[in-house]
Structures are given as C-alpha cells and as structure tokens.
Write a protein of this length. Structure first.
Length: 133
C-alpha cells in the first residue's frame, strides 16, 4: 500500500530554485575571486615592487636571471664544473711519490689512439657455429 507522500510525488522537485539564492551565490563567488586576485596582486607587488619606477622604463618582473637569483645547487654546479674542467684540461700529480702524473684528456686520447692496443681480445679460434674445429 502506498502512502500519500508517494502517490502525490510528481517525480521531480515541486518548487524551482530560488532566484535570490542563485544571485546571492553568484555574488559571493565573484567577490571571492576578486578578493583572491587582489591578495595575489598585493603579494606580487610586495615581492617585486612596482612595475614602473619614477622615470624608469618598464622592467621584466618574471623569470629573472643572474647571480642574485641562482640557487645553491646552481652555484655548486658551476663551481664543480670549473673544477672538473681544470682537472681534465690541466697537468698535475696523481701520486708524486710513485711519479704518476695527470695530463690533459685531449693529449691522453691522442696518445692512446696512436699506440697499438694491447688490451684488445685475441681473435677466437672458434668458428661462428660455436664448435671448435
């Protein structure tokens, strides 16, 4: 047996959405977006200053480059790269007591290319089939 609420229900909402609620929601959303943009602009101006100073030409405020914007990783990388280049391109002692020196890598590669290879594997006597003769 059906109750009166089930028999009287048309299968959809009996009343429409209130225009007052819809407009109020839109206004609150618009005000929230505007406040968010103003706060973001305030943070940006606080961090980077005004876009144009007195008598200055407009300056770029994003994607700064230069030493003042480098991270510690970038500074360490530059230093390591310079040390590596000096190590690879210069002369130095590896072990002074044994008389072992370091020569520039370009010179070392030239010397290695000129001398016959003693570490190349000898030609195998085994044919391609894998069985010895």
């Amino acid at each position: 047996m059906k109750t009166t609420a089930e028999t009287d229900s048309p299968g959809y909402e009996a009343t429409d959405a209130s225009p007052r609620v819809v407009v109020l929601t839109a206004v609150v959303l618009a005000v929230g977006v505007a406040v968010s943009l103003l706060v973001a602009a305030g943070f940006y101006l606080h961090r980077y200053g005004p876009l144009v100073g007195k008598g200055d030409a407009p300056r770029e405020t994003s994607f700064h480059t230069g030493p003042e914007q480098r991270t510690s990783v970038e500074n360490e990388w530059t230093q390591l790269q310079a040390e590596t280049r000096t190590h690879l391109e210069g002369y130095g002692w590896v072990d002074r007591s044994k008389g072992i020196v370091r020569i520039p890598i370009a010179q070392a590669m030239e010397r290695l290319a000129k001398e016959p290879s003693t570490s190349a594997p000898a030609a195998s006597a085994t044919p391609k089939g894998g069985r010895p003769p």
